[in-house]
Design a protein around this ligand. Structure first.
Ligand code: GLC
Length: 487
């Protein structure tokens, strides 16, 4: 039999059945890789229950002693709002992506009005000197206040109480104080860790002559807890699934051994900002990290830290998928003969792309074509696009199921399963990632069985605007009533 002599040099790759000019990955190879990755990214119910147990121990430890991995920060927000809180409040939210300044008018009876402005934070600002970052916040607030005084919305000469939402772990010994334990979410501004951020922001407000007085420092989760309970009293837990990931809930003072020396009434309740993104940090004993997660961690500005958050939050999911794709490029499976430098840039694959990939309604997966051709200048076959979508699903589903483990640990610790509870949730991942909430709910059933259906997440109220104003109002009322006036 004559040997099949090709009329042109044999390709060193396998072409796809789609008759494209470029060499593409074979369906078989992709199926093999998908199977391998499925094993890495799938969480069995049994594994989830083990994580929940370890998580509960970490929560307890954080309540018992200072400086634990999961810090369990008492926020000095005592109890739930009454709904009668009223007045004008400023709210400043230094978030992971934006700076938001708001004027909130609480009208009592659970009603409010809000006026706001948003400013995008640049990557440079996140690494700028800390005082400069707070100066920027003060400048933006000044412009906002001046505009609203001119517009007649804020009375001239008024010094407005301000709720400052600063969503990074801070240890607090009273509500208008907070020493930054560590930056998270890629921030790294020097001269801030170990400093009281309220003091720093106050200095900037004075320097820019802003007529505002910081009444309370809160975290987005605490604000969300309070704002959500304001409208839905069945809310017992609040979570943020955005650039970062965290939760807050209300704890009995008597069950927080580490603050026993304060001599507070054991029956009182105080909101706890868990900072659960730190779960399993440094030790890495409980969470199923893949090699991609380890790479992200090692290459981050905070290796070892925020171990739970790095598997879940919007800052990292796109990067996890990008690393998988890059590995397959290196192995010669994907995009042979194409120029892949764009996709090789760290953090170039936005988590929003995963959302789009999972929600693409077209048979041809046209949105996925667009993402890869427009942003990364590479061509894809339908089979490849289906493969990428399956990968996005693995990464997104794992994030949601791990989130369910976090929620379950609070539910189980607090004994909320039988009576059930509502969980107010916010953040881009929760709000925009298709199926994220459903997957959390599925996860809760996998952990608790049918009773898991008693725990229902819903889209929360605006924690860092409304919530922060309500916290400021509650604090003023509490102090005026002479309750814990120094806290
Ligand atoms: C990070 C922060 C935390 C915040 C969360 C969500 O985990 O440390 O304070 O609540 O992101 O924004």
């Amino acid at each position: 039999m004559p040997s099949p002599v090709p009329s042109h040099p044999a390709p060193f790759h396998t072409t796809s059945s789609e008759q494209e000019d470029l060499p593409h990955a074979t369906k078989r190879k992709m199926a093999d890789h998908l199977r391998r990755l499925e094993t890495m990214f799938t969480l069995t119910p049994q594994r989830m229950r083990m994580i929940v147990e370890a998580f509960k121990d970490a929560l307890e430890l954080g309540l018992a002693k200072d400086s634990q991995i999961v810090p369990m920060i008492p926020t000095y927000v005592f109890g739930w709002p009454s709904g009668d809180e009223a007045g004008n409040y400023l709210a400043v939210d230094l978030g992971g992506t934006n700076l938001r300044v708001c004027l909130v008018t609480l009208q009592g009876a659970g009603k409010w009005e809000i006026t706001q402005s948003k400013y995008r934070l640049s990557e440079e600002q996140k690494q700028d000197d800390g005082q400069q970052l707070f100066d920027f916040c003060a400048e933006c607030l000044k412009t906002f206040v001046v505009t609203n005084i001119e517009g007649g919305v804020i009375p001239k000469g008024a010094i407005l109480p301000l709720g400052f939402t600063f969503s990074y772990p801070c240890s607090q010994n009273k509500i208008d104080h907070g020493v930054l334990i560590r930056w998270t979410k890629g921030f790294g501004a020097p001269n801030t860790e170990g400093h009281d951020v309220v003091e720093m922001f106050r200095k900037s407000l004075e320097r820019h002559d802003v007529p505002a007085e910081i009444v309370a420092l809160t975290c987005d989760t605490t604000g969300t807890l309070i704002a959500s309970h304001y409208v839905n009293p069945a809310t017992k837990i609040a979570c943020i699934f955005g650039t970062g990931c965290n939760a807050a809930y209300m704890e009995r003072v008597g069950d927080i051994p580490k603050i026993s020396a304060l001599g507070l009434d054991a029956q009182d309740e105080v909101a706890i900002n868990c900072e659960w993104g730190a779960f399993d940090s440094f030790e890495h004993e409980h969470l199923p990290r893949t090699k991609y997660d380890i790479t992200i961690d090692e290459q981050s500005n905070k290796p070892g830290e925020q171990a739970f958050e790095k598997l879940i939050s919007g800052r990292y999911l796109g990067e996890i998928l990008r690393l998988i794709i890059c590995e397959l490029i290196d192995e010669g499976v994907l995009f042979l003969g194409q120029n892949t430098y764009k996709i090789e840039i760290p953090y170039s694959f936005d988590t929003a792309f995963l959302s789009l990939m999972e929600s693409d309604p077209t048979d041809e997966l046209l949105m996925i074509i667009g993402i890869f051709s427009h942003f990364f200048a590479v061509e894809t076959t339908l089979a490849e696009r289906q493969f990428f979508r399956a990968l996005a699903k693995l990464v997104g589903r794992r994030a949601a199921r791990l989130s369910a483990c976090g929620i379950a640990s609070i539910v189980s610790k607090m004994g909320y399963l039988e009576e059930g509870c509502a969980v107010g949730a916010d953040g881009s991942l929760y709000n925009k990632y298709p199926g994220f909430a459903d997957r959390i709910h599925e996860g809760l059933v996998d952990i608790f069985g049918e009773k898991g259906r008693n725990i229902v997440t819903y889209h929360a109220e605006d924690g860092s605007g409304i919530g922060s104003a309500i916290v400021a109002a509650m604090t003023k009322l509490r102090k005026e009533a002479g309750k814990y006036p120094t806290l």
